[in-house]
Design a protein around this ligand. Sequence first.
Ligand code: GLU
Length: 499
Amino acid sequence: MSESIARLRFAPSPTGLLHIGGLRTALYNYLLARQLGGAFVLRIEDTDQKRFVEGAEADIFRSLQWAGISIDEGPQEGGPHGPYRQSERRDVYREHAEMLVAKGAAYYAFDTEEEIELMRARYREAGIESAGYGVRTRGEMRNSLTLPVDEVESLLSQEVPHVVRLKVPAGRTVQLSDLIRGDVSFESDVIDDQVLMKSDGLPTYHLAVVVDDHLMNITHVVRGEDWLSSTPKHLLLYEAFGWTAPKMAHLPLILSPSGGKLSKRNAEKMGIPVTVRQYVEAGYEPDALVNFLALLGWHPADDRELFSMDDLIRAFDINRVGLAGVQFDLDKLNWFNQQHLRSLTDSELASLGRPFVEEKGYEVSDAALESVAALLKERITFARELADVTYLFADPAAFDAKGVKKRWSIEAAERLTWLEAHLSSLSNEQWTASTIHDEAEKALLARDVPLGKVMPVFRLALTGETSGPELFPLIEYLGRDTVVRRLRNAPALIGTSPE
Ligand code: GLU
């Protein structure tokens, strides 16, 4: 018999903008799905009406698309196992809850909040803190295990508010063989009789997730470590239904740089963006963020760090995901963004930078912007920085004061006039970085001045600054007319004209 086709899912709840940890979960599921030649399913877990946030679902779609994570089946794509929004599957859950009741694996419970609180108070008095509704206490409560059949039927027919609870078996050890954590076991006696259907007729996450993962033929569940404690309930549910549970993997937590869970609050305090939207707005490139997130928990077999999505699909190994929480490092992400920009062609980088250049009102041809990209590629972290070096688009209006103090003199100004005279005579064919360099050197050597001595003031006059991209490629980019003009204007602008 052939192995069943791998099917993985990302199952976010639309309770707010997609969190960076959610994107990592989506990514790991996606990588595994693609690697195994299987399907990647998006399921929206929106049964908790109280936590529903308008626009959150659209943000999930947009964020995944931005990151290059393509969905095979989902609310927008459709597919053979839909609907893919849990709020559209209510009947499925009700039906399955009834199946469990019929099998004796679940039961109706009619207790009010007050009655449950009274039970807890009784136990507290007897010295037992936080007694749950479960193996030990269910026999004292108002449910279909304790009430006569006809009473249960009449309560149900009168539509008295009730929930459906899982009847957790007593004295069992529930075993999980986690792809990352290895064998983990849980004692059933400490697990509450989980509510499966709420009194509003909607399922809880626990019922819905198990029913859907089964009906959608999910083969691997990869999710955050915070769900590990729910897993025994899910395993008991699979068992109650008589289904085989999918393989499971619980990803390590993402920790703040100062230790502790990277909560929204402490991330914000440290200036770390939390939502995918914030990363997009901050100007991170999707490929860089994906590369960074892939390594936030997964350790490749070699010490390679730079991966494209296709590389990741080939190299990713769920067995090499660590157990320990991983510290979030924004500097590292910035490094990935830098590296990613360096891997682009000049024209790709120019297109990324173009909207920012236009936003500042500069008019630049594609060819010129490609030269800007080439000049700055090794020096920037974000594509928007292409628009930040204003002297590449307009003559400098101000000159670095320290530079002026250190470099400017009548003598320096005079040397610039020699350069200007010589460079203005160069032909278009001669206007290349290396020829300009040689000619500048020649012009100065004729007067016994080494080029190196003049370079700093040359840069200052052309750019207003004391550092920047390589000088001669920069001069080539500026063009002869601009260079001559700037050299001519510099003395007046700087304020000390040569005598
Ligand atoms: N809806 C859950 C969440 O918001 C899904 C957890 C799971 O993957 O089972 O993360």
